[in-house]
Design a protein around this ligand. Sequence first.
Ligand code: ATP
Ligand code: LTN
Length: 336
Amino acid sequence: MCNTNEETAKKRVLSCIQPSGLLTLGNYLGALKNWTEMQYEFDCTYAVADLHAITVRQEPAKLRSQIYSTFAILLALGIDPDKNTVFIQSQVPEHTALSWLLSCYTQFGEMSRMTQFKDKSKKHPDNINVGLFSYPVLMAADILLYKSDLVPVGEDQKQHLEIARDIAVRFNNIYGDVFTVPEAYIPKAGARIRSLQDPSKKMSKSDDNVNAWIAILDGRDDIIRKFKRAVTDSGSEVRMAEDKPGVSNLITIYSAVTGKSTADVEREFEGKGYGDFKLAVGEAVADALAPIKQKHDEIIKDKKAMEQLYKAGAEKAEYVARKTYFKAMKKVGFVL
Ligand code: ATP
Ligand code: LTN
């Protein structure tokens, strides 16, 4: 089966990010930076997965501002809304509609094995809702609606992508060639960024300790202060090593934002202490994030212009989504 887009002969890429908090340096270096680069090679569709975000309780005003802000960050990163499709998930109703259809082709048993469900249930024992359980079905709908060939995701989402593939294959086996079977796209140099306070954990926007993570929208002073406070290891040498998880994380970050190799970074800080190194990392990160923040602040100020962009994005997305959705409905036997 040929999975490429016939019009452009480019592979279709889809990915989404939840507006469940302030996006972090980890989200940027591990995912979003790569999305920006992919737009030159692929036919890309990117969404703010706001429907997914409510599987964990959100405060309405905060959720709304995070949706706007996440959308603005995608544009601020240089993702071109004309070249690609950039939209807000809840504005394209086919996502929830297809999700219902697909849930009837998904087994309770296979969903019970999802590790993210188990982790998040432990983290929020007072709110183990059905949406949290069926989260991967909605994610499968996001992916399958756009006939996506490639889905850039981090390691943690591979299991969900497998389910999306299984559902697509199962549906196609019954009804013929309806869905494109997607593949995970794990970026070659996808940096895994760790917490600045506990390098055994990943940097995460839902970490209660604000010193553990850098928000893409943090100001220069906050960024530098957080890096100055970052935990390091015993010794004083700036060297990548298993027994130096704190310093290794800082080297990864410095190398990702400056484009320098690990060896070059080690050489640059030979004979210098952790203090100098942490300041340099803070400054380099602040330099890399400043233009994104500036662009974001400009975009978010003009709500009217932004509204035009997300509405146009949703329209473009729905044009594609509707076709897939109706095709699937028809195959199942619904009257259209
Ligand atoms: P939460 O804290 O709500 O679980 P998160 O910040 O850990 O959120 P997600 O929203 O689940 O992140 O992830 C969005 C994307 O960013 C995913 O592709 C994920 O792999 C990537 N990502 C998240 N955190 C990091 C990190 N620390 N390093 C590299 N990539 C990351
Ligand atoms: N579950 C993903 C976000 C997400 C997604 C998707 C990623 C929602 N729908 C579709 C890729 C494709 C996360 O939490 N990172």
